[in-house]
Every structure is written in C-alpha cells, then in structure tokens.
Design a protein around this ligand. Structure first.
Ligand SMILES: *Cc1c(COP(=O)(O)O)cnc(C)c1O
Length: 408
C-alpha cells in the first residue's frame, strides 16, 4: 500500500492535532494547483518575468580542458533573483498562498537566504511576513537580516535551544499553530511534514525540466552524471527529478566539514553517523545521538549544516538511485578558487560542494561523456567567510578601518 506523503519508510506528517485541518487544506490546495495547467503557466510566467528563468546551461570550456575528462556543463541557478534556487520555491508557494486567500507568511531561516527570498516574495505579493531565525544566526548573518528588515519583514530572533536553524523551525511551527487562519508557513527546503517535501521538490523540478531540454538541444545526448549539493535537498531533487527515468548517475554532495572522521561535518547520508528518527514533523536520517538529541553540525557553507535531510533523498539512497558523497571545507575552497580563475563564475560555498565532488571524479570519465553541475547559488553573499578562509589581509584591514570609523 502506498501511504500518502511517504517515500519508502521516510516522510509522513508528524504534526500537532490542531494543525491537521490546516495541513489538509494545504494538501488539497496544492493538489488542485498541480492538476491545473494554468497554475504551472502562472508559475513559469512569474519566474521568467521576475526571476531569470529559464536559467542558462553554461559549457565550462576551461574547466573541461583543465581536467581533460568529460565535458562540464553548469546549470546556472545563481542567476535567479535573490541569487539562488530558493526563488523557485518561494515564488511557487507565494502563488499558492494567493490562491488560498491567506495574507501572512512565516518562514524559518538559518543562513538567512531563505528568509531574504521569502521576504522578497512577500513584498512582491503584498503579504505580511515574519521570519524566525536563531539568535546565533541573527548575530552572524547581519547582511541578510538587514535586507529582510528593509524588505518589510519582521525578524524574530529565537532564543530557545541552541538558537540555530532547527530551533527556528520549531518556533515557526508554533506560530503556525496559533495563526493558521490567515498564515501560511513557507518551508524552505524539501523537508518537514507532508506536503512540504513533495511541494518544494515540485517547484524545484523546473531546474531539471529545463536542464534536460537544454542538454539534449545542445548535445543531442544525456549526461553521464549530475552533481548537486545537499543541504535539505531541494536543489538536488530539483535537478535530479528531470533525469529519474534516464540512465544518468545522480550524485549528491554533502558537507564533509573538517572530514568525516573529525566528527565536525553535516553528512547524514554519505557518512555512517546518521540514523533514522522522527523530528520536526517527519521521518528521515538525522545526525542525532542515541537519545535522539540532535548533534552539532559543521560546514563552511551555512546552508548545508542542517541536521535532517529530505525524506525523498533518504528513500532514493535506500533504493540506490542517488549516490551520496561528502566533500571537506578545504576541497570546497579549492574548487571555488579554481572555478573563479578558470570560468569567472562565483559559486556559493554550498554549490561549490557539487563542484568539488565533480572535480574529484571528472578525469575518470572519457572525453565524449558529459556531466552537469548544479550551481545552486552565487557566492557574493559569502564574501566574509571566503575572505577569512583565504586570509586576505587587505580585506581584514578594510573591515578594521570600517570598525574604527564607527567607534570614532
Ligand atoms: C539554501 C541553499 C542550499 C541548500 O538547500 P537545499 O534545499 O539542499 O538545496 C544550497 N545552495 C544554496 C546556494 C542555498 O542558498
């Protein structure tokens, strides 16, 4: 029997009883929209006029020459409005909110990228907007907090627990329970209770739909492999889903942090440290201890350090349909440097995980093979982290001078 919202043994909707009517309404609204061709047309229309769809598929000629293996193509989700694939999800959910007649949106955010994307969507559609963000993240992601507030959103620092992303999710769920009548919860990735994994990957599937048409148009054949980074799993599912029925190997790159042996990483599926559990409304692999207490994660990329992962990806791993690997912070920084120098592209630190994994493998493939790397976002946002990692002395002097100006 197929249970709704389950992918193998993973998924489900473990939610408080009071929310079940609201979640049922959402499931119904989503199913209705999905079966209405006019909805996808509206979606494509707003994505092409407000964001940058279809995003190009770029041939990375210099990187291809450098490695001497398969021809490397890059799907350019970095060109979306607000700088990442997150636009695909928030604009889709925004259209759904309009259909449902709700007037307020809430969201969780870790690094702040999903918060900025949601606040942008709310400004465009005229919704009131509240963003929940762990107090620790509010302190370390000031530029994104600045933009969310300028965009008209209220940013609420969450003081519970370890004051990071998972605590922000719990707080957003609490708000939803209290304000379900006028409020929609815009979950940021393909995680959480049904229908979010299904719905978010549906909106992100636009990446894979486009990529498949583009590669066939250009090369008249399919790629051997596709690489995508995996935080919650939405950009990976987005591009992978276009190729599920094709003989294409799908590779998910997780945050290996300081190395899997170090214990400082965020790899739930490539490492042996993840275990199956139920938390935050769904069943999947979590990084947790034997008591079910969530572990601390580490990654140079703030968008990849979530403790859970999409139940759809957990299931695809069990089926052996997707291969998962972990790349370390250092490999990621090296891949980022190389991509900047060779192609003039600035991948986000998250996206650079996919690049790093591809670079480890591409020379093993033959010259008449193709690969696609999903560039989920652009790295301008990471200037503070990247400049620190490269120990750029002139950047440090610039920040110091700025600080002195303020204290003068
Ligand atoms: C948020 C983010 C991710 C991680 O989210 P997924 O749901 O795994 O896609 C990856 N890349 C960028 C640029 C992001 O902003």
């Amino acid at each position: 029997m197929i249970r709704r919202g389950y992918y193998g043994e993973f998924g489900g909707a473990f939610i408080p009883e009071v929310l079940s009517a609201t979640v049922d309404d959402l499931v119904e609204a989503f199913e209705k929209a999905r079966n209405d061709p006019a909805f996808w047309k509206d979606y494509e229309d707003i994505m092409s006029t407000y964001s940058c769809r279809p995003t190009p598929l770029t041939l990375a000629e210099n990187l291809t020459r450098h490695f001497g293996g398969a021809r490397i193509y890059i799907k350019r989700e970095d060109l979306n409005h607000t700088g990442a694939h997150k636009a695909n999800n928030v604009m889709g959910q925004g259209l759904l909110v309009k259909r449902m007649g709700k007037t307020r949106v809430i969201a969780e955010t870790g690094a702040g990228q999903h918060g900025v994307a949601t606040a942008t969507m709310a400004a465009k559609f005229g919704f009131r907007c509240t963003i929940y963000m762990g107090e620790v993240d509010v302190a370390r992601q000031r530029p994104n907090v600045f933009w969310m507030e300028r965009l008209g959103a209220e940013v609420i620092p969450v003081k519970e627990g370890t004051r990071i992303l998972k605590d922000a999710i719990n707080e957003a769920l609490r708000d939803w329970v209290t304000n379900m009548d006028d409020t929609h919860y815009v979950l940021g990735t393909a995680c959480g209770p049904h229908p979010f994994p299904e719905m978010v990957s549906y909106f992100q599937s636009i990446i894979g739909k486009e990529a498949r048409v583009q590669i066939l148009e250009r090369e008249n054949r399919l790629p051997s492999r596709i690489y995508a980074c995996v935080g919650g799993g939405s950009n990976a599912l987005g591009i992978f889903s276009g190729f599920f029925d094709d003989p294409v190997e799908l590779v998910g790159a997780e945050a290996g942090g300081k190395g899997l042996e170090s214990g400082h990483h965020a790899s739930r599926l490539a490492s042996t440290d993840g275990s199956v559990g139920v938390a935050q409304g769904y069943k999947t692999y979590f990084l947790q201890d034997s008591e079910g207490q969530m572990k601390e994660t580490h990654s140079v990329a703030a968008g990849l350090d979530y403790v859970g992962v999409s139940p759809i990806l957990s299931s695809l791993r069990e089926e052996g349909r997707v291969r998962f690997e972990a790349t370390t912070d250092q490999e990621v920084l090296d891949a980022l440097s190389l991509t900047l120098r060779k192609e003039g592209l600035v991948p986000a630190l998250e996206s650079a995980h996919a690049f790093a994994q591809a670079f480890k493998e591409v020379s093993d493939l033959s010259e008449d093979e193709l690969i696609i790397i999903n560039q989920s976002g652009r790295g301008d946002k990471d200037i503070f982290t990247i400049a620190d990692a490269f120990e750029d002395p002139t950047w440090r002097a610039f920040i110091q001078k700025k600080a002195e100006e303020y204290s003068a």
